[in-house]
Design a binder for this molecule. Structure first.
Ligand SMILES: [Zn+2]
Length: 161
């Protein structure tokens, strides 16, 4: 039942994406089928996730993972999560094209390093704030003891006179 609803929703999304209903025979192939020069069938695994308006997305995943692997990876994921999976594959592919050695790991370790540096900086600033607070508290205590002393002195002086 839910499968039927999902399928019809996917078809509706597809129709909306590709133009008004009725023009279904002259549908624009999805980005994947366009690149692979094949007919974009109704049950094309790529069409819900690779719009013909963003051809660079499929080009990147095809270059890095290969179309059949992308299709397999998408099919291994439950349908409601496939759009997210497709987006993360696009992200990974783009990073790997820029950084063929480390890919996403490069971005992750650079950010982890940044987190460590900022954490150390934050700790240093906190320690400095604490030092200022102690110094301020110490000054206040000294000032109040001095004031007490001087008032005690003037009192005793007052008594003596
Ligand atoms: Zn297609």
């Amino acid at each position: 039942m839910t499968g039927e609803i999902d399928a019809s929703a996917a078809v509706m999304g597809r129709r909306n994406m590709l133009g008004p209903p009725g023009s279904l025979n002259t549908i624009t192939p999805c980005a994947a089928c366009k690149l692979l020069r094949r007919r974009c069938a109704e049950e094309c695994p790529f069409s819900p996730y690779f719009s013909p308006h963003e051809p660079h997305k499929f080009a990147a995943v095809h270059k890095v993972f290969g179309a059949s692997n992308v299709s397999k990876m998408l099919m291994e994921v439950p349908e409601p999560q496939r759009a997210d999976a497709a987006n993360s594959l696009v992200f990974e592919a783009n990073v790997r094209l820029r950084d063929p050695v480390y890919g996403c790991m490069g971005a992750i370790s650079a950010l982890q390093q940044q987190v460590q540096t900022l954490q150390a900086e934050l700790n240093a600033v906190r320690a400095e704030i604490l030092r200022y607070k102690y110094r301020e508290a110490a000054n206040t205590i000294i000032a109040s003891t001095n004031a007490a002393h001087s008032s005690a002195n003037s009192d005793s002086n007052g008594l003596e006179e």
